[in-house]
Design a binder for this molecule. Structure first.
Ligand code: URA
Length: 434
């Protein structure tokens, strides 16, 4: 079949067969279908839609573009987690070592920053020397030896997703439910984990701004996971304002380390406890979520979770000194404080605007081949509900130079809505499904 005909059929709104989707995706993964044809198809899919059957076929095509890890005979109850993408979302850096510290193996396949959202791989690579490109054999040996690994897709594992992910980021085809669901579940199924916990974000800083759409995304991914014979649970969590206080790669690693040391922000810790509990329950390691929360808090308090992260950093070639001294992470030359233009309550803080500011500072990509500056970002000092006085610091910008810091200041001021009355704030965890 000719690729141009598959594109034309999708552009006309027709339903493609599984064979057509597989030929397109496998051809793209092999480098036989060029970026411009895949981009055209992605845009047609976003505009004309993909059916449930097409989404399932796309997921299978992503899975079979590489190998599927088989843990049989090596480890049982391997778990994985994935977020649909948010702002300041460094939960994986905290929850993966917490769960692994309790003896449950975690084999995590992560992504890079996508659209305005951050990516775990970009964050982890702030640690000098750390490698995220591991072969399947290396990853399996590492998980068997120390109980955890966080890796990227490779030529071996869901390679089609690696290429599609970068292409979608540069062609405005990220925020379409079937593409997100197949991208996430394609990777997760290929990673071979028997238990998968999905953190589906809803709100201004998420691809799904409406809770109902986030629930639909969760439902679609649960279905794809079950069809593949995996145990899957989903948490729908709020992404109205950034999670924690730090946004930007190195800054987020520093905040994750503080959280593992018991000094992290309350919202980040709470989400990690919820996701970690689901992972432990799925693995059958604890009777219920209450016992799981107690165990997770114990792993933090004893330092076992921080110790697991240190082991991961060492195993993946990173500088372990960073774990004890986050001051060794890349640092920006310019640090600039943004002050409140008036007094009142922070009524709203747009996660999206903060993320776009960090992207403009160089912390995210505009084109798929762009390098990023891991040192830049924003540390918030006030989040919704905080009372602030005129002139009080609202946040701190970390930038490469003064003009960049000044540009960020005006967009950050627009991101804060300061009102005379305190706001009504919705729950962080909106729903738990499955
Ligand atoms: N995370 C992914 O892995 N893929 C997407 O498409 C969005 C978030």
């Amino acid at each position: 079949m000719r690729t141009v005909d598959v594109i034309a059929r999708k552009r006309a709104g027709e339903e493609l067969s599984a064979a057509e989707i597989d030929s397109l995706v496998s051809g793209y993964a092999r480098g036989e279908v060029p970026d411009y044809q895949m981009s055209a198809w992605l845009m047609a899919a976003c505009l004309r839609g993909l059916t449930g059957a097409e989404t399932a076929a796309l997921t299978s095509a992503i899975v079979s573009s590489g190998r599927v890890i088989d843990w049989t005979g090596r480890l049982s109850n391997v778990v994985d987690k994935h977020s649909s993408g948010g702002v300041g979302d460094k939960t994986s850096l905290v929850v993966v070592p917490m769960v692994a510290a309790l003896g449950v193996p975690v084999a995590k396949m992560s992504g890079r920053g996508l659209g305005f959202t951050g990516g775990t791989l970009d964050k982890l690579e702030s640690i000098p020397g750390l490698r995220v490109r591991l072969s399947i054999a290396e990853m399996q040996t590492q998980v068997e030896r120390i109980g955890l690994a966080i890796v990227a897709q490779s030529a071996e594992l869901a390679p089609a997703d690696g290429k599609l992910y970068a292409l979608r980021d540069a062609t405005a085809t990220v925020d379409y439910l079937p593409l997100i669901a197949s991208s996430i579940m394609g990777k997760k199924i290929a990673g071979g984990a028997q238990g998968i916990v999905l953190d589906v974000k809803a709100g201004d800083g998420a691809f799904m701004t409406e809770v109902e759409n986030a629930r639909a995304l969760a439902g679609c991914m649960l279905e794809l996971g079950r069809r593949a014979g995996r145990r899957v649970r989903a948490v729908v969590s709020s992404m109205e304002s950034p999670l924690g206080y730090a946004v930007g790669n190195s800054l987020e690693v520093a905040e994750a380390l503080a959280t593992l040391r018991g000094q992290g922000p309350a919202d980040l810790l709470e989400l990690c406890l919820v996701l970690g509990s689901q992972m432990l329950v799925l693995a059958g390691a604890t009777r219920d979520e209450e016992e799981a929360r107690r165990s997770l808090k114990g792993a933090l308090a004893s330092g076992a979770a921080l110790g697991k992260l240190r082991q991961l950093v060492a195993a993946q070639g990173g500088q372990t000194a960073v774990v004890d001294d986050p001051g060794l992470l890349p640092r920006s030359p310019v640090v600039h404080t943004v002050a409140a233009p008036r007094g009142g309550f922070v009524a709203r803080l747009s996660a999206r605007a903060v993320a776009e500011t960090v992207r403009h500072l160089g912390g995210g990509r505009a084109r798929k081949e762009d390098d990023i500056d891991r040192s830049v970002g924003v540390v918030l000092l006030a989040k919704p509900d905080a009372a602030v006085e005129k002139g009080q610091p609202l946040c701190v910008v970390h930038a490469a130079d003064l003009p960049a810091a000044e540009g960020a200041t005006s967009s950050l001021l627009a991101a804060f809505d300061i009102a005379p009355e305190p706001p009504r704030i919705g729950p962080l965890v909106i729903d738990q499904i499955g």
